[in-house]
Design a protein around this ligand. Sequence first.
Ligand code: SIN
Ligand code: MN
Length: 218
Amino acid sequence: MSAPRLALAPGLLHVPGYLDRDAQARLRDAVRAVVRAAPLFTPRMPRTGKPFSVRMTNCGDLGWVSDEAGYRYQPFHPATGAPWPAMPDIVREAWEALAGHPHPPQACLINWYEPSARMGLHQDRDEADLEAPVVSLSLGDTAVFRFGGTERKAPTRSIRLASGDAVVIGGASRLAFHGVDRILPGTATLLDAPGRINLTLRRVTPPGRPDAPIGGPP
Ligand code: SIN
Ligand code: MN
């Protein structure tokens, strides 16, 4: 697959149509298998316990979770206690094609957006290894994705992320603020219900230091 790569900012790449329709269907089916083994859960904000509007699950060695105790990575599902399912091949292949990083991803967070769900502007900074990028894959309805600079007050702009699009958040933009303003229901036919799936692939610990700190209460 040789989709064009558009630089949105240094280190921040948009790859429209990275996954063709067949690859999107493969990834959708792989996500369904993950969700059967590791059901979607509703994360809660640190301290306040306010629920997020997205639901989530993970695959890979580590998964990102959030509750009253804080944001963190952990090797097991917060409700079932089971290890996260293995990362599907198509997810690893996307990392290899897009990350430009010599070590494999350790965590893949899967977010499910109902049509009314959104995600406020934030930085991905719970990883001890900030050398590796975050690679994002989108399936289903188009999202209005907002991004800015590495300081909250920097100006922001938005782009639309369609089914099959990839984004790479790395280099000078690794700590760029980003979020999802809204979902545009009815813009895709890949999923049975209106909504959007986003996968974010990350490295969490520096190579050779598997016991390095992996986040914790902020
Ligand atoms: C995230 O920042 O975790 C998700 C971004 C997206 O849904 O595109
Ligand atoms: Mn993020």
